[in-house]
Design a protein around this ligand. Structure first.
Ligand code: ISJ
Ligand code: GLN
Length: 981
């Protein structure tokens, strides 16, 4: 892959400074721009392009020259009178819907109708708006195209050739310096109708798409390549108004920066030619800047008051040669197996780039508190140790602090996310780590001070956020009008928990792990080191300054040293036991159970899907209808599979008749929860496996996610796991050149969206020609390996999968740009194929540098919910999903369907460390959630779909994904049933 050198960088280099050129350059540097956001997920990418212009010196503060507002944020008069006088030009963003519907386009219509003295650049919806406002029609394109690339010709397609020659490809046009056939990314269903433009003299068509796009015929399901000749750009004959149908801000569009540069150059020339330069105000006043969405979304939560109160003490045992994933599970069971609030973030998949260490602990250590939050009543609670012990056995926790929040996503400081960020800020450790190097026997002897560990977790907050927390992270989620009438009789999914809210797990559960164990895997996974970690309160801790609940946090050093010592000795003993085959014994007991459970497997009732097969197909078709109408570009549709653990067998199963009492697989205690977890882990080891048991609620999580959501790190290492199976072709993307080389000491966010999954073929063992000694013959092995390679390659080159991946990558770049430093968001690995035990997946890495004032939790908030679980544009698509993911309301007739919560599925699980805001969160997929007091188990599954999707294949994809967790569930149930005979 060779870096693409942008022509923009050189074409503006001036050999001899000419005074007019200098003046223009200066104007371009100081350009002030209004960007109007039509609720698109790519708007901030336009901002990114704005920042990336070669005319902008990096070092200058930039936010003072862009105002970004949503299309309905202010009445038109306010925009006209208070904002417009201070800007030089206007950019109108893409967006869902059509400019012909007033609520989809908001003040953009007024701008196009009334503004005559400022250059305007309309992108996609903005471009269609230009056609609409000047009298043309916006109609369905011949083919809806989302995430595909088309070459563009801009010297063709004029109303007349002579007209074309006078305007295009010459200096002073939008396309100046851009060669023909540039490849551009398209996300649109609608277009400006060429026929309707024929009679409109004011509008010139300046570019067409050529080549072919991939199209699916919905009636036959057949794919073909269709020639595309849609309008790709428009320009007003006399006014400085320009539109492009494609997305210059997409990572895969060529010359996006040049287009933006050209627009600003055109603006500068326009201002100069019309004598407007002298009349420019000196700058944008701060009260006007404060009206910008950039001002509110970038607001950081207040920093911690005073110095950090906590210090990490850690004891490290000597490295042990072993299978580190086995050791992790063994240690967890040894230390926390029966714990009523045990947790583990478990790197269960060896050989995965992201499986480098595991964390375990309990919410019941004396100095640990738990934060809980439920959207149903907006109460944020802090639970701590309660010596009176009224809670269920072994879970002596009580609420020591409670706050009722009044969340408003537009008011900084009011949502749970903001509240929690302040809590996180108050529970920070200092830079020094007191490290004990232990001998094999685990005696605490000498210590030294260090400032780094080979992993990011230094104690801190561990837990989950449900998907429904989107209500407090998506700006305007609750107030933005729903596109198609009201959703499910106004029932919010989070409030539809079937009546018994306590049966569901809370929307947020975060355990402050003052004590934890980290199993660090040696680089080649040949062994592990165990660290025992504890956060202690500093001796100078002044309780009068801290919130009252802080008094429950962490222990004093005396009790901590005692714990460290006893845990070190216990672990040393565990390691001896482990080395002598303890892990094997535990495993064998599992397998023993598995052998007599085989007979039970066939008797297990099928899980019930919230959306039946027919409903899922209908929902895919409805999504595609909306996509065709321009409402969405990509929809991540999901369903939820549920298993009734009180009655897990098929109706009339002979097993039930043969047993003395009712057969159940209920999960009432950590011991059964562990059985489920072990079983899941055996069938589907994953880099982001997770275990939680909530003893007081009677619920838990057994996760095996392969997908990282977001990591905040001061130690970014841009390595990829590019599969050897792939014959990569030369990939070109426009941010290629800005990949950071020096990242040390800076805080980076890294996201790794997965889109595109195929199941790998299995090598049959034994194969038909196998012998006792070699059950698989060379021929069969080679054949399956070749098929495997071919599948990976097909995935890599698949137009549909690439389009889906691209859409999410652009969406994530947008999310990161809302809180990362200008010019820092980049894509080091675009569409790499990663190979797992059962599947190949297409994974992209997107990074950005956190702005100084942004907290680690704020980053999560701004990106939530994960774009790979929503589709794009995020807000509109999330709203549409609430019409699709519905179920019949209990006891009511069929038509009354209401949205059900996705719950923890589609949310995130992970940690935020007590130091530096470092964090690692996974996307919750391939995860089993136990709730309803241990009586029910559920697992969501779904996939992103576009206009190219085959509804039946989408359902098959759901089954493939559910299929990665279902064998584990089944085996668990069978084992439990077998125990009861
Ligand atoms: C929706 C799921 O997965 C998401 C969708 C994927 C896809 O569309 O290919 C892949 C991984 C996840 O981002 C799921 O596993 O249930
Ligand atoms: N990306 C966009 O702005 C899309 C515009 C419009 N909703 C369409 O689908 O054509």
């Amino acid at each position: 892959m060779s870096p693409l050198t942008s022509p923009a960088a050189s074409s503006n280099a001036l050999a001899v400074p000419d005074p007019t050129e200098l003046a223009l350059k200066r104007l371009q540097e100081s350009m002030r721009t209004l960007i109007v956001d039509n609720y698109d997920s790519y708007t901030y990418n336009l901002l990114h392009l704005w920042f990336k212009r070669p005319h902008l010196p990096d070092a200058r503060p930039l936010d003072d020259r862009v105002i970004l507002i949503r299309n309905d944020q202010y009445p038109w008069e306010i925009v006209r009178d208070r904002i417009l006088p201070f800007v030089d030009n206007i950019i109108i963003s893409p967006g869902p819907g059509t400019p012909e519907i007033a609520s989809d386009f908001g003040v953009c219509a007024n701008i196009l109708r009334e503004v005559r003295d400022k250059p305007i650049f309309g992108v996609c919806l903005g471009h269609q708006g230009i056609a609409h406002i000047f009298g043309g029609k916006v109609v369905k394109a011949r083919a809806a195209v989302h995430g595909q690339l088309s070459p563009v010709k801009y010297k063709h397609g004029f109303k007349t050739v002579s007209e074309a020659n006078t305007v295009v490809g010459k200096e002073g046009t939008l396309f100046e310096g851009i060669p023909e056939n540039l490849r551009v990314v398209r996300y649109h269903s609608l277009v400006a109708d060429p026929e309707s433009l024929a009679g409109i003299d004011d509008l010139l068509i300046t570019a067409y798409a050529v080549g072919t796009v991939r199209v699916r015929d919905p009636t036959t399901g057949q794919f073909h390549n269709e020639a595309t000749t849609e309008i790709m750009a428009l320009q007003h004959r006399t006014l400085p108004i320009y539109g492009v149908q494609f997305h210059p801000e997409s990572i895969c569009t060529e010359y996006g920066r040049q287009l933006m540069t050209n627009f600003h150059r055109l603006t500068a020339e326009y201002l100069t030619a019309n004598g407007l330069v002298e009349r420019r105000p000196a700058g944008i006043p701060s009260d006007v800047l404060a009206m910008s969405a950039l001002a509110s979304t970038s607001i950081a939560s207040p920093a911690a008051s005073g110095a950090p109160e906590l210090r990490l003490v850690t004891a490290k045992l000597p490295a042990l040669e072993c299978n580190p994933a086995d050791l992790t599970l063994f240690l967890f069971e040894w230390l926390y197996g029966d714990d009523q609030m045990g947790f583990m973030l478990d790197s269960a998949k060896l050989g995965d780039l992201n499986s480098t260490y595991s964390i375990m602990g309990s919410g019941l250590s004396a100095g640990s508190v738990t934060v809980r939050y439920r959207l149903a009543d907006n109460r944020a609670q802090i639970l701590a140790f309660d010596p009176s012990g009224y809670a269920p056995a072994g879970v002596e926790r009580r609420v020591v602090h409670e706050e009722k929040l009044h969340p408003d996503t537009l008011k900084p400081g009011t949502t749970f996310w903001d509240w929690m960020q302040t809590v996180v800020n108050q529970t920070q450790a200092d830079d020094q780590i007191q490290l004990f190097d232990l001998g094999r026997a685990g005696w605490l002897e000498d210590y030294r001070y260090v400032d780094e560990l080979p992993f990011a977790f230094r104690g801190g907050w561990v837990g989950h956020f449900t998907y429904e927390m989107k209500a407090e992270s998506l700006p305007m989620y609750s107030t933005q009008s729903r596109p198609h009438g009201s959703s499910g009789d106004g029932v919010h999914p989070a409030n539809n928990s079937g009546g018994d809210a306590s049966a569901e797990l809370p929307d947020v559960n975060l355990i402050f792990a003052d004590r934890s164990i980290v199993v660090r895997y040696l680089p080649d996974a040949s062994g592990a080191e165990v660290y025992i970690q504890a956060l202690v309160r500093s001796s100078t801790f002044d309780s009068s300054e801290a919130p009252q609940w802080f008094g429950h946090i962490a222990d004093t050093s005396d009790t901590t040293m005692e714990w460290l010592g006893s845990t070190a000795r216990s672990i040393s003993q565990a390691l001896v036991e482990f080395a002598h085959g303890g892990a094997k014994r535990a495993d064998n007991s599992d397998n023993g159970a598995a052998s007599n459970t085989q007979a039970v497997i066939d008797e297990i009732a099928d899980p019930v899907s919230a959306l039946s097969y027919a409903e899922y197909i209908a929902a895919v078709e409805q999504s595609q209808k909306w996509i065709r109408e321009g409402e969405s570009y990509e929809v991540c549709l999901t369903t939820q599979f549920r298993v009734d653990l009180t009655n897990p067998l098929k109706a009339g199963s002979p097993l039930a008749a043969a047993s003395n009492g009712p057969l159940t697989a209920e999960i009432r205690d950590p011991a059964t929860m562990r059985k489920l977890y072990r079983s899941l882990r055996r069938f589907n080891p994953a880099p982001y496996a997770a275990y939680f048991w909530f003893g007081d609620i009677g619920g838990g999580i057994a996760g095996s996610s392969p997908e990282r959501f977001l990591r905040v790190t001061t130690n970014l290492n841009i390595k990829s796991m590019d599969s050897e199976l792939i014959d990569t072709d030369e990939a070109i993307w426009n941010e290629h050149q800005s990949i950071p080389t020096e990242t040390k000491g800076r805080r980076w966010v890294e996201m790794k969206p997965i889109k595109g999954t195929v199941r790998r073929p299995k090598i049959p063992s034994p194969c038909p020609h196998g012998t006792m000694l070699s059950p698989v013959c060379d021929h069969c092995e080679a054949r399956v390996k070749a098929a495997d390679k071919q599948l990976a390659n097909e995935l890599y080159h698949d137009v549909k999968e690439r389009a889906e991946n691209l859409m999410i990558v652009d969406l994530i770049r947008n999310d990161l740009t809302t809180f990362c430093g200008p010019n820092t968001v980049c894509v080091p690995h675009l569409m790499a194929i990663e190979t797992y035990a059962h599947v190949h997946q297409m994974v992209t890495t997107v990074c950005g540098e956190l702005r100084d004032e942004v907290g680690g939790l704020k980053a999560l908030d701004r990106c939530f919910p994960p774009g790979s679980m929503t589709g794009a544009p995020k807000l509109r698509t999330v709203q549409l999903l609430e019409y699709l993911e519905t179920e019949r309301r209990k006891g009511e007739e069929e038509e009354k369907r209401v949205p059900y919560p996705r719950g923890i599925y589609s949310g995130c699980i992970g940690y935020i460390s007590a130091h530096g805001g470092q964090a690692d969160w996974s996307v919750v997929i391939r995860t089993v959630v136990v709730d309803h007091h241990g009586k029910r188990l559920s697992a969501g599954a779904g996939g992103a779909l576009t206009i190219l999707s085959d509804p039946h294949k989408e359902w098959e994809e759901v089954l493939v994904k559910f299929g990665s967790v279902y064998p584990g569930i089944k085996s668990y149930i069978a084992e439990r049933i077998a125990e009861q005979f």
